[in-house]
Design a protein around this ligand. Structure first.
Ligand code: F6P
Length: 529
């Protein structure tokens, strides 16, 4: 059987890790005046500079061979054409169909899925326009001015991140709120500022069975009934994005207001589906379509560009170089753009829920590292929080810097400071401190790698392309590691045990370990005292 770590290319990369261990990134620039031109590329409104990496030409060529010798071409084609690649859940993986703007059918189980995707797009269009122009009325005839999305994980992070990123395109009379945490303080805080007569709740849940979301939705409905309408009015204030139409209707949502999506859309890949409703409500349906268009263009690039010029493939390979050959445990995401402040959280779920796996697609344990710990926050804030460790600590952390070039009118000087800070940091990580001798214990060692991803402007289209870029990066890494990036059994286990513990809280059950039982007794006490 094929063993990744025994392959010629993997062994060659191990050899290169040793022979390039003492290379300095800055020396690569000295040796090759064209390095920046060679190691940067543009796709639509996105520009990637990957020249400040610990990558010699030979390392890069060998990484490209790793991709070429993998099942990438075959698995990519299988994903886009709706084959069952999520083998443990026996499903296709078709978020790319949701943003497919091409002509022609896309068959799953012999049935063309494009007509139903288009029908749901049309439903999103009609609904978002009705709310935005005030035609959609609440129970007592007032227009909606507040939208609350209730969902968690993929049913929260994508629309939440995108609505914040595109805030400047938001409808001026609508405000958006996201409730995800089962901690009641979250929903209480959100509701305390709202008027039920002018509030619309979107219950976003693929399964309509997630405990946190159902509890929050019930609390929202109780608040609505206590402070405003009756049971019959719930339908004017609650809609759902779900594959579970029946459960949504039992909750009180009108059938025509259950926005469909499908089992073949993974939660963390669902912002392109009706889970993206808050985005369409906020920036308008045309803006939502621009988001899809940006993702679609990235899909086309991913499908057609040669490996050496394929942005998601290059980013995936660079990640693999650090994770599997340089001992990096984490990947920092640092957007120098306040509007992208939710991006690290979004990418954390995308990457860690997808590639946090230790068995391959056949269920055999892998003998190499898989997905990195993804973390980060906005620059320039991060500079004054965790950058010290990145500059001089004992960890080796590759960084993705992300920024948009176009300044906001009226604060151009801020934007200039923002971008120059980012460039200064990327430079400092690579160069280290030039002053002082190598023996100076306080000097910065440098030689720390980073990519810079520039958006021409933070538009819906460029955001769509950016998210699709990371989705495909995660996919390529999953293919090379031969893992299933589309299941999440660890999360399911947590969901199941939470259910069991709450069912048995009164039963003095001996089924759990001594620690859980001891802690449960304390929890029980806090509810009865
Ligand atoms: O976090 C696990 C998960 O299954 C995610 O994949 C999903 O986005 C989230 O739970 C919420 O699930 P649902 O949309 O079914 O409520």
């Amino acid at each position: 059987m094929f063993q990744l770590t025994r392959s010629v290319t993997w062994q060659a990369l191990k050899g290169l890790q040793e022979t390039t261990a003492n290379d300095r990134i800055r020396d690569y620039f000295a040796a090759d005046p064209k390095r920046f031109e060679k190691m940067s590329l543009r796709v639509g409104g996105l520009f990637l500079d990957y020249s400040k990496h610990h990558l010699s030409d030979e390392v890069l060529e060998t990484l490209l061979e790793l991709a070429d010798h993998s099942a990438l071409v075959q698995r990519r084609a299988q994903m886009f054409s709706g084959d069952i690649i999520n083998v443990t859940e026996d499903r296709p993986v078709l978020h790319t169909a949701l943003r497919n703007l091409g002509e022609g059918p896309l068959k799953v189980d012999g049935k063309d899925v494009m007509p139903e995707i288009q029908r749901t797009r049309e439903q999103i269009k009609q609904f978002s326009e009705a709310v935005r122009n005030g035609e959609w009325k609440g129970y007592n005839g007032q227009r909606i001015i507040s939208v609350v999305n209730i969902g968690i994980g993929g049913s929260d992070l994508g629309p939440n991140m995108a609505c914040r990123a595109l805030l400047k395109h938001r409808h001026p009379e609508l405000s958006f709120h996201f409730v995800s945490n089962v901690d009641g303080a979250h929903i209480q805080k959100v509701l305390s500022d709202l008027d039920p007569a002018t509030t619309l709740f979107i219950v976003s849940t693929k399964t309509f069975s997630t405990q946190e979301t159902l509890l929050n939705a019930k609390t929202a409905r109780r608040w609505f009934l206590d402070n405003a309408g009756e049971d019959a009015d719930v339908g004017a204030h609650f809609i759902a994005a779900s594959t579970n139409r029946q459960a949504a209707m039992e909750f009180g949502i009108r059938e025509e207001n259950v926005f469909e999506f499908w089992a073949w859309v993974g939660g963390r890949y669902s912002m392109w589906s009706s889970i993206g409703l808050p985005i369409a409500l906020s920036i308008g349906f045309d803006g939502f379509m621009e988001l899809l268009e940006g993702a679609y263009e990235m899909d086309q690039h991913f499908l057609s560009a040669p490996t050496a010029e394929n942005m998601p493939v290059l980013m995936a390979l660079i990640g693999i170089w650090y994770i599997n050959f340089q001992g990096a445990e984490t990947q920092a995401i640092v957007p120098y753009d306040q509007a992208l402040h939710q991006l690290p959280s979004f990418l954390q779920q995308l990457d860690m829920e997808s590639n946090g796996k230790s068995v391959d697609i056949f269920g055999h344990p892998v003998n190499y590292k898989t997905g990195p710990i993804v973390w980060g926050q906005t620059g320039s804030n991060g500079q004054h929080a965790f950058f010290q460790l990145l500059h001089q600590g004992t960890r080796y952390v590759p960084i993705d810097f992300i920024a948009s070039l176009k300044p906001e009118p009226g604060v151009e000087d801020h934007h200039f400071a923002l971008l120059t800070n980012m460039l200064a940091q990327a430079n400092a990580f690579m160069e280290g401190s030039q002053e002082g001798s190598r023996l100076d214990p306080y000097s910065c060692p440098g030689n720390r790698p980073s990519s810079v991803l520039l958006l021409d402007e933070l538009t819906p289209k460029n955001l769509g392309a950016l998210i699709a870029l990371y989705e495909h990066k995660v996919f390529v890494q999953g293919v090379i590691w031969n893992i299933n990036s589309f299941d999440q059994w660890g999360v399911q286990l947590g969901k199941r045990i939470a259910g069991e513990i709450s069912e048995r809280i009164d039963s003095r059950s001996q089924d759990f370990d001594a620690s859980t039982q001891g802690l449960l007794a304390l929890v029980r006490g806090s509810f009865t005292s």
